[in-house]
Ligand binder design. Structure first.
Ligand SMILES: Nc1nc2c(ncn2[C@@H]2O[C@H](COP(=O)(O)OP(=O)(O)OP(=O)(O)O)[C@@H](O)[C@H]2O)c(=O)[nH]1
Length: 388
């Protein structure tokens, strides 16, 4: 089968975009990729320095209807690395290029259209959103997560103090919001200093919260850096908490992994390479990196030899076409299969006999694909009924 013509779309219209369709095996390859995550940058409102008393409506327009998607708020002090994280994870910016990012002066909103629509709001570090001139409902009203970024290479006491104030306010009015603390830029720290910093920050926040009577506040901590996979791993965990069907997905993946003898299986969002679910075995970073890199390889090849399949669909029943595997020098097999327009399943198999059982593995993955799309179709149907 000849390779189909190259096509890459960066369309703003998510329905025009498609996930990679891969078929790299002993037979042939067809792979298509493009910007599944259509990112709208909405620069809103004038530049607000600290202590601004502008009315909140100037900064955050009332867009409740359009914004009724889960929202991730990226907050923290100036230069802590918020925009870098958003750019690396959702815009595929190479980490080194973040050195040239300018300071954010306005709330920057990205709408992420993927297996689940959500928004990422990047806050300017200097914005005093707890001032009475800001409407908390506009900022925290839509269920989601608050990601607080602390620069671990800098003096973090101010950042922790401000985070504590924010948590106390959020807990009071929006106790359901997950607070995710990224102890960031840990690439520059020694292992020992990294652990000490982590413990110190956790201690300071827990002490403050328990003094205020919040013993079980939903605060989670991650050591992150844009220079390795830790930030993707952390974002994966953050996003997973927003997925209503997560336990169903995990059960399905566990069943598949157990039946096929997979060492580890991830369900990836292809463009951002965050994983939305995995089997419940412990996450092994090396394994995660290998799977993530393999997606890159496939995406690169697909960009060269891709084509627009006329029947690609984001949800519901899929056509069977996308699959790829490679056997490494130590007999480890990486197996990748496209699940739908946005998601692909990547598994690591250490059993050397696996390459003789590829047909069986494919068949089981197809069965998983049907179940997965059934799960998503149901939630989409419920959404549509809810909107009707
Ligand atoms: N070493 C290291 N530097 C980082 C990391 N993440 C971001 N940086 C650097 O930190 C600097 C500030 O990053 P920004 O993303 O602009 O910070 P910000 O929090 O958005 O800043 P404001 O827009 O001013 O609020 C940049 O030079 C980045 O390259 C990281 O993980 N490690």
């Amino acid at each position: 089968m000849p390779f189909p013509p190259v096509r890459r779309s960066q369309s703003e219209d998510p329905d025009r975009d498609h996930l990679p369709n891969t078929y790299i095996s002993s037979t042939f390859s067809t792979y298509k990729t493009s910007a599944q995550l259509s990112l709208e940058k909405l620069l809103q409102g004038p530049n607000h320095g600290g202590g601004s008393t502008q009315p909140r409506s100037a900064l955050i327009p009332n867009t409740q209807a359009r914004d009724a998607k889960p929202r991730l708020l990226l907050m923290g002090l100036r230069r802590s690395g918020k925009s870098s994280i958003a750019s690396v994870v959702f815009h595929k910016m190479p980490p080194n290029e973040t050195l040239f990012l300018e300071s954010t002066t306005r709330i920057q909103k990205d709408s992420i259209h993927s297996f689940m629509d959500f928004q990422v709001w990047d806050f300017p570090g200097q914005l005093e959103y707890l001032e009475p001139s800001f409407d908390l409902e506009d900022i925290f009203g839509s269920l989601g997560a608050l990601v607080w970024v602390i620069d671990a290479q800098d003096d973090y006491l101010d950042s922790v103090a401000r985070l504590n104030r924010t948590i106390l306010t959020v807990q009071q009015y929006y106790p359901g919001i997950n607070i995710e603390v990224f102890i960031h830029k840990v690439d520059g720290l020694s292992d020992e200093y990294r652990t000490d910093t982590f413990q110190d920050i956790v201690q300071r926040i827990s002490d403050e919260l328990s003094d205020a009577g919040y013993e079980n506040a939903p605060v989670h901590y991650y050591l992150t850096s844009i220079y390795d996979y830790s930030v993707f791993e952390a974002f994966s965990k953050v996003i997973q908490k927003l997925i209503p069907n997560l336990s169903t997905l995990e059960n399905l993946i566990n069943t598949l992994a157990n039946n096929c003898g997979f060492e580890k299986t991830y369900l990836f969002d292809v463009l951002s390479k965050i994983y939305i679910a995995s089997d419940t075995r412990p996450v092994d970073m090396a394994c995660y990196e290998m799977c993530s890199d393999y997606i890159d390889v496939i995406v690169d090849i697909s960009e060269l030899y891709s084509w627009d399949h006329p029947d690609r669909r984001p949800k519901g029943e899929q056509i069977q076409e996308a699959e790829s595997h490679v056997v490494l020098h130590d007999e480890t097999m990486i197996h990748l299969m496209e699940m739908n327009k946005y998601l692909c399943l990547v598994s690591v198999i250490r059993n050397p006999e696996a390459k003789e059982k590829r047909g069986l593995i494919d068949m089981n993955c197809r069965t998983f694909q049907d179940a997965l799309n059934d799960v998503f179709s149901r939630s989409w149907e419920q959404e549509e009924q809810g909107n009707a």
